[in-house]
Ligand binder design. Sequence first.
Ligand code: FCB
Length: 481
Amino acid sequence: MFKAVGLYNNVWSVIIVFTVIQAAFGTYQVEGAADEDGRGPSIWDTFSRTPGKVWNGDTGDVACDHYHRWESDLDLMAELGLDAYRFSIAWSRILPTGTGEINRAGVDFYSRLVDGLLARGIRPVATLYHWDLPQPLEDAGGWPERATADAFERYAEVVGAALGDRIHTWTTLNEPWCSAYLGYGQGGHAPGRHEPAAALAAVHHLNLAHGRAIQALRATSTGAPEYSVTLNFHVLRGRGAGADEAVRRIDALANRAFTGPMLRGAYPDDLLADTAGVTDWAFVREGDLAVIAQPIDVLGVNYYSTATVSLWDGVAEQQQNDGHKGAAGGTAWPGSDRIVEFVAQDPPFTDMGWNIAPDGLEELLVSLSEQFPQQPLMITENGAAFPDEVAPGGAVHDAARVDYLQRHLTAAHRAIARGVDLRGYFVWSLLDNFEWGYGYAKRFGVVRVDFDTLERTVKDSGHWYAALTQTRSIPAPTRVG
Ligand code: FCB
């Protein structure tokens, strides 16, 4: 699997013009300490403790134990030369029930973390919501209810007041597509509901929560942070008769349902028409769209692979998917006799079964900058799971991951050369961590975590990434040890 010198010869010497190169984490995936210091339960605690929902019955109870090991993890980031750390804040550490009393111990944890980053010269990039809704808010109806957006606004005020003097970039939501469609439509993510109309209500209330949170963070932050949101875009390929129509429909549901209100101040007409058999969108109230369309400084882009869709005539059957990002958004949408099906992609694949397609990243960045010419972009997640092996002596020669990262960074660089205003790149992820429905079975880290001992070992990809941060150019693959 180790790639021979030569394949990327022509790009090695190209200087990358990214200003920030960094690593990313989601709170439930790394922190552990699930019951500590007043943290309240979230929907992922409930979901992962429900038999059959997560591979092997894994939970985030301990995860990478980052909650206790954050200082040495920050030292590791500094050693690797990271400019920025994208982390998420657990809502239920700040407000254990989602509303009500503030938990000072939770606020203090993130405050120490931010100070620790600044002391090491690493920019804090904080995400308010990475899918871990406080359980009492779900008990009251969750994201399909408008009250959840109200609660999110208050949460944003609290963290803005506590950390807004030091945060470099605020990100409101991570991948609201997953929260809405996987959480409430397809059900492979917490809270595991299968209610298409509720999923679309969740889309709107997440959009509203984003706008309200930007307003609240602006009002309370005393520093000069940048504001952003992170979306996971679907880069679509159509197949068969009706391919264009299939692509249009999924583009509307998966991409434009978020960029429309957030960046243009309107839901796309075709989305409203396509979903008319599911909902009348009466949950969109007067004035909501103006609130949602807050100016943002940077649009976060998560990219892993492409998706292929086709129109399928016949009776809609609920298609099973892989529990993370498979068929959701396709067959979950009744109300039409023609449904969209997600079909198999061409190899090669990562360990997630996601196809490796660096060109899709270039295409996405160019397309976004054509659609939103004034909007700077940031790659907030990109990376790959592979079944790493530990060599005698402890090294991890993850040549496939190095190859993936190198090819995607090169694709990003091509987009810059085509005029895209791309401000930075975050690898997903620094550490192996809790990969949602897959538990600890899928490893995305450039640093290995032994989940028995919690020991961290920098993989070849981590050394490669450190060379990237030091030289600001895409390095050749090197094998360590
Ligand atoms: C993204 C999530 C992140 C991780 C990666 C692999 O959808 O934001 O937490 O699961 O995929």
